[in-house]
Design a protein around this ligand. Sequence first.
Ligand code: PRP
Ligand code: MN
Ligand code: MG
Length: 180
Amino acid sequence: MLNDIQEVFYSEEQIQGKVKELGAAVSRDYEERNPLVICVLKGAFIFMADLVKNITVPIELDFMAVSSYGNSTRSSGEVKIIKDLDTSVEGRNVIIVEDIIDSGLTLSYLIDVLERRNARSVKVVALFDKPARRTVELNADYTGFVIPDAFIVGYGLDYAEKYRNLPFVGVLKPEVYSGS
Ligand code: PRP
Ligand code: MN
Ligand code: MG
C-alpha cells in the first residue's frame, strides 16, 4: 500500500494539528447549543473520530452515508443516500463533518436535505477544500486545508475504496490508476 504513494501531502502530525484547531473553533462557537454532529460516511469517518475528541462542549452525533463518486476519480454528479440519520434534525443546530469538498455537489445536496427537514442551523466542517473543482457555489464554515487540484487519498479518503486507512494524506503514483 505504501508503495503506491508518490508523495505525502499532509503528514499525520500536520493533520492532527489542524484537527485540534478545528475542534477548538467549533467548541468556542457551540457552547450550550447541543449541536448534532453528522459524519458523512465513508470518507469522513477518521476525521470525525479525531475531531469530536477535540470538541470540549456537549454534542450528539449521527452518521449518514452518501455516495457520488462510486469507484471513479470523478463525481458522477448524482448523490445517493445510502444510510440516513437515526436522529431528527428538526430544530437542531447541525454540523456536517466532511473530509473533502470537491465539486460541492455532495454538500449542497446534504445541506438542502437538512434544511428541508427544518434544522435550526446547518454548518459545515471540511478538512480539505479543493476550490478549483467547484461546480456549485459552496463554502465550508470551518476549513482545514485548501488544496490544489490533485486526487488525494488517505485519512478516510479512498481511491476505489482503498487507502482510507493511511494516517496521512498523499497522492498515488500514476500507474496505480492506469492499472485499474
Ligand atoms: C467523496 C468525499 C466527499 C465527496 C466530495 O465521497 O468523501 O464526500 O466525494 O466530492 P464533491 O464535492 O464533488 O461532491 P464519495 O462520494 O467518494 O464517497 P465516500 O465518502 O464513501 O468515499
Ligand atoms: Mn464522502
Ligand atoms: Mg470516495
